[in-house]
Design a protein around this ligand. Sequence first.
Ligand SMILES: [Zn+2]
Length: 197
Amino acid sequence: MARKVICKLESCKKKDSSDNMILHIHEVESGRTYNKYYCKGCYQNFIEQQEFLKKEQKEMDQLIEIIKVVHEIDNVPGQFYPFLQDLRNGSSIVMGKKNRRYKEGFAFKVISETYRKYQDDIRYWKNRKNFEGSTLKELRYCLAIVIDKIQMVKKQINQLEQQEAREKTKEIVPEFVEREITYKRNQKDNGILEFLD
Ligand SMILES: [Zn+2]
């Protein structure tokens, strides 16, 4: 039976008959399920949002794995996560006040690549400095190295991606040029034949 339900998309929250809405069954880790409704237009947004968050989670997991390898630790302390999130979001402290942003900073894969590329520098400083046995202090100190180099790594990644895109277009061009040459040659051959006749 149709009843009034609210669209669960944060930016919508419209109330409408359940007949006009799409039902999505959410399952949480414990196995419990929740019925959530979305307007038809909002449902696509919701799915895209879910996919984006899933991708972000995967890239974040990969980053944590790289940090564990570079720092030679079994676990990354929970207190370090907000620093990584700030770098991802582009949040910064301006005049002692936090300037909150969302996903406007460096992609997790760019942060990962910076850790990977500068792992020797990080290891060098990690072994040289005394962090009084605090993994958090060590991670925060070495994050400054990452922050120092990340803009450059981002530029390099962008250049590489542009180059790859250019090479993809190049692959199409030679075929076209080759055909044109063959065509011109045939014309010339015909010309010679005509002359001989
Ligand atoms: Zn909606």
